[in-house]
Write a protein that binds this ligand. Sequence first.
Ligand code: BJW
Ligand code: ZN
Length: 243
Amino acid sequence: MQISQTLQKRLRSAQNVVALTGAGISAESGVPTFRGENGIWKKMRPEELANFDAFMRNPKLVWEWYEYRRQLIHNVQPNAGHYALVEMERRYASFTLVTQNVDNLHQRAGNKHVVEMHGNIMRNKCMLCERYYTAVLDLNPEKGVPLCECGGYIRPDVVWFGELIPEQSLIDTNESLENCDLMFSIGTSGIVYPAASFPGIGKRNGAYVVEVNIERTILSSEMDEVLLGPSGKILPELLELMS
Ligand code: BJW
Ligand code: ZN
């Protein structure tokens, strides 16, 4: 793989590093991405499943879809790409991992400072009283969804289209982008906002911005460098160049 001298220098000298990740980093663990040839949205239409109206229309269907994905994620392991980011966190003075993924694989790999943009599929919350639930829940036979003690519907603690990103996640991300000198955009199509705007913000703040993806994306033209290939191969190679 071609890695510029500039990037090699930055890898060694950077102090404040931010990595933005998307579904692609988990692809090599066996978690399907959303879009593209093998994307889950080839088979399931997002507007029928990943939004609030869909949930209210057919909560049982949406619950079954999340249960299916939860089970799949539970049975896979973090890959070399995830572990390379754990090592980066250990080596850099400041390292923030901003993830759009809800699969919990960064946390399972061992990253400590993970900012969740779109929630976490392993958590659930009551839509009425906002109480959190993490254990496996029994579906209510009549309603088809688990019910909270207060009687409210319990939903996955993820961010659907049209819903607000958790405020603290935005605060943490903006703070990390303020004085970031090296940024990675890994395994994301760059279609979903506000995450898609982060590489541009990093760049305007003076970071050297590097994309890692198996193919070019809509964000590629605003990158300082594009590294084409699977993140499970490229990230460990970058790690080698750090010392
Ligand atoms: C590999 C690989 C390998 C494969 N190695 N790479 C500004 C402009 C226009 C619209 C908006 C805007 N601001 C907000 C909006 C509206 C909307 C939005 O962005 N719409 C766009 C579609 C245009 N955004 C929102 O509604 C957000 N809320 C918000 O902004 O609130 C304020 C507001 C509301 C309304 C209007 C205006 C403001 C919330 C977004 C929530 C997204 N939720 C989901 C579902 C989560 C729950 C669940 O999992 O079920 O999050 S959607 C889905 O997409 C999921 C992902 O996190 C997200 C991003 O997808 P990602 O990760 O990029 O995956 P893919 O599949 O797209 O790409 C995978 C990539 O990996 C590909 O590039 C492959 O090539 C690559 N790859 N193998 C490396 N081995
Ligand atoms: Zn409740």
